[in-house]
Structure formats: C-alpha cells, structure tokens
Design a protein around this ligand. Structure first.
Ligand SMILES: [Zn+2]
Length: 204
C-alpha cells in the first residue's frame, strides 16, 4: 500500500478457476483484523506509474478515488455475474435445461427470482442453464417451469401454427422434464420455482 504498487487480483470463480483483474491497489489496511481492501483501477494508469520501488510519486487524489470506486463496483458486478454463469453452467454439465443444447457459447445462466429482487442471489439454486432462445422465452413468459420441473408453453403459443422452430423449439417441449444437475442440492429451489411459475401463469 505504501509503495502504491499495482497488483493482479485473482478472483476465484469455481474450484481451480480464477479470473484475473488488474491493476488493483491496496487502499486500506487493518493489520489488527488481518483485513485489507483493494480497489480496481483503469489499466491506463499503469503507464503513468514510476518504474521504481521508491513510492515517491502518484499520491492518490480524489479523482483517483472516485474513478477507482466506480471501476471497483462495476468489476465486482461483472465478476459476480460471470461466476454465477460459470457455476450454473457447470452444475448443468453445460447443457440447456430445456433442449440439452451443449454449446457453452450459446448458453446463459437464467435467474429464477430476478437479480433485481433482494432474494435474487446469484446462487446455483436460483439459476437454470438455458440456451439463448430458451432464456429469452423464459424471461418473456413464453416458457414456464412448473414446480414439478415440467416445462409449460404458454397456451396461445401452443395454439400457433408456424415453421419448425416453433414446433420443435418450443411446442415440442410441453410437459417434458427439465434436465437438472446431478447433485440434488443444486436443483432449483422449489419456493423460487413456485413464485416464478405464478408470474408465468399471470402473464399468460
Ligand atoms: Zn435450449
């Protein structure tokens, strides 16, 4: 902290996986409690840092502080989101819970209780791994997941006639079971599913 040395922070996403973030600076130290705080900064500041250990230069002024606070908060959000996605995809063996598509680049972690809700924590039991089509369909209440883990397609969509995507990509999954994680404790929480399903029913 005294040297104002830029560091690399390795954020643990899942066991054995880290996401590096830099530069970070130690901005507060509490040796009695064994705690220190770091703030993330813009990589552009590295260009202005003196290449010595003397720590002579760069006193953090309030502009630095404000910028670091902002970057730190947005970095935290990004890291939490990417950790959520990775944990959910892993739990579902990188498959869409509805159609079982196995392409991670087309998979996303959907929240059951939305993340803007105070209970909408980024935990695996509040998530489902879905492909981009089924994620959007789930968020727009075209597809619902019943608390018995069966898929329900909105009534008006079921009655439509259109091409193969509608038929196979949506209607064909009516009453099918979603694919769930191997570990029972990672399955979606029933109270979350019930609440979400209620909203799906009202939307229909
Ligand atoms: Zn899918």
């Amino acid at each position: 902290m005294q040297r104002r040395a830029p560091l690399v922070y390795l954020y643990g996403v899942v066991k054995g996986w880290y996401r590096p973030t830099w530069p970070v600076f130690v901005v507060h130290d509490d040796p009695a409690r064994g705690i220190f705080h770091i703030a993330v900064d813009d990589p552009a500041v590295l260009a202005d840092l003196p290449m010595t250990d003397s720590g002579a230069g760069v006193a953090a002024d309030s502009a630095d502080e404000g910028r670091r606070r902002y970057i730190t908060v947005s970095t935290q959000q990004r890291l939490h989101q990417s950790a959520f996605r990775m944990r959910v995809l892993r739990a579902y063996q990188e498959k869409c819970a509805i159609c079982r598509l196995r392409h991670p680049e087309l998979l996303e972690a959907a929240h059951i209780v939305p993340d803007r809700d105070p209970r909408g924590e980024p935990t695996v039991t509040n998530g489902v791994s879905l492909c981009v089509l089924h994620h959007t369909a789930f968020d727009r209440h075209i597809v619902g997941i019943r608390p018995d883990y069966r898929i329900e397609i909105r009534t008006d969509i079921l009655a439509e006639t259109d091409g193969p995507m509608l038929k196979h990509g949506l209607q064909g999954f009516q009453d099918e079971m979603i694919h769930r994680p191997r570990r029972r404790e990672l399955w979606p929480r029933l109270d979350f599913l019930e609440e979400r399903y209620e909203r799906f029913r009202k939307a229909g």
